[in-house]
Design a protein around this ligand. Structure first.
Ligand code: ADP
Length: 386
């Protein structure tokens, strides 16, 4: 792999071509790596900058298999992929990183929780249920009391596939799921950890998230998190323990809750670049994308030293606007020091669609928050036709 990198002949395959894929390609191009993306959308964000775009369904066995055998190394920036195809590629000697077996475990929230239990990793109590009857039984047996959280075992993202069930009146999600005790959340934080083939590990600085109650999407994210050094240490040690126990090579984003009693518990992990690492592109010496490339290519990991505190805000489609996108206030925010705008290139906007993000860099998080508020009031994602 390093030989090919040194010859400028390395071809990296990425499933899929969303914004994280686009950001990965931006970093890969620094090292003259050719990139091929698999994505069914002819206008996906990475399309304009990928060396090659294969239009196809990442849930289809043959499509994924045929894509994977044409590249030197195959990786992914999302989780809902045909696992059997990835496993077959691995079996047939093709390089897939992170290991598809790790993805199979993480893809299933039930297996993920079993893994935490097995390794004594603190997480909220849970039970797996096949259907509504099983759930009714768990409630009857007093295994769960209202309110609890129901999560579909597979396929959920960005809060979809997660429901807080407050009473018997609430509608349950349909499908095999995992029930979790409600955590009384004080803070939500995340740490991205990287590991390479030599077993070298490195954590990014902890970030803290704030959520929009209506959309359940991360609203702002700031770094460094406003937590004690002790909690940073606990979270870092857990992140490292998880990536080591998984024997995983690549990037792992670990989301934690700090509950009202001050306990740090693991919520979930993702074996890929993550929204909670967008800010690293400008605010850390090595971005999460460069770190991922270093990890999967067997290179030394880069420094994760913070350059400057930051606030990251998502650019979401405005309510009442659907259609061809039009960004309002771009020049005004670009005139502000330390404001870095990322537009994903999605042509069509709709309410709450993630269209881009902005990272605001300032000497303190407080100043970054003030500036971020101004950005939010000026920069709007609208459409041409209302
Ligand atoms: P997703 O995979 O869609 O991001 P998460 O498991 O991160 O799903 O859940 C989305 C959000 O729901 C979390 O960020 C948190 O705010 C809330 N949540 C999830 N699990 C719990 C829990 N056990 N107790 C309280 N809130 C929870």
């Amino acid at each position: 792999m390093i030989e090919k990198l040194a010859n400028s002949s390395l071809k990296l395959g990425i499933i899929s071509g969303g914004q994280l894929g686009k950001m990965l390609i931006q970093e890969a191009s620094k090292w003259a790596i050719a990139t091929s993306i698999l994505d069914p959308d002819p206008d996906c964000p990475a399309k304009r900058i990928a060396t090659e775009h294969v239009e196809g369904d990442f849930l289809d066995f043959d499509t994924v298999y045929n894509f994977g055998k044409e590249v030197d190394i195959l990786t992914y920036e999302m989780e809902n992929i045909n696992i059997e195809a990835l496993l077959q590629l691995k079996k047939d000697g093709f390089k897939v990183v992170p290991d598809p077996e790790v993805l199979a475990l993480i893809q299933d929230k039930g297996l993920q929780k079993e893994f935490y239990k097995k390794h004594n990793i603190p997480t909220s109590p849970f039970a797996c249920c096949e259907n509504a009857d099983d759930i009714a039984k768990a409630i009857e047996d007093k295994e769960f009391t209202y309110p609890f959280v129901q999560k579909l075992r597979k396929g959920g993202y960005d809060g979809r596939g997660v429901a807080v069930i407050k009473s018997a009146e609430d509608t349950l999600l349909d499908g095999p799921s995992m029930l979790e005790t409600m955590v009384e959340i004080d803070k939500e934080i995340a740490i991205i950890v990287a590991r390479n083939e030599l077993g070298e590990v490195r954590c990014f600085p902890a970030v803290e998230m704030t959520f929009d109650e209506k959309t359940n999407l991360v609203e702002d994210l700031f770094c460094p998190a406003n937590i004690s050094d002790k909690d940073v240490k606990i979270a870092e040690e857990l992140a490292i323990k998880i990536i080591e126990k998984l024997e995983m090579v690549g990037l792992l984003a670990v989301e934690f809750f700090i509950d009202k009693n001050g306990e740090v518990v693991v919520n979930e992990v993702a074996p890929r670049p993550h929204n909670s690492g967008h800010h690293t592109i400008e605010s850390v010496l090595t971005s999460q994308l460069e770190q991922m490339l270093r990890a999967i290519l067997g290179l030394p990991l880069g420094s994760t030293k913070l350059i400057m505190p930051s606030v990251m805000l998502n650019l979401l489609g405005e309510e009442g606007h659907t259609g061809q996108v039009r960004y309002e206030g771009l020049s005004e925010v670009l005139a502000m020091e330390g404001v870095k705008v990322h537009l994903y290139g999605k042509q069509q906007t709709r309410p709450s669609r993630k269209m881009g993000h902005v990272t605001v860099l300032c000497p303190t998080v407080e100043e970054a928050f003030e500036k971020a508020e101004k950005v939010k009031n000026i920069l709007k994602v609208k459409s041409w036709q209302k």
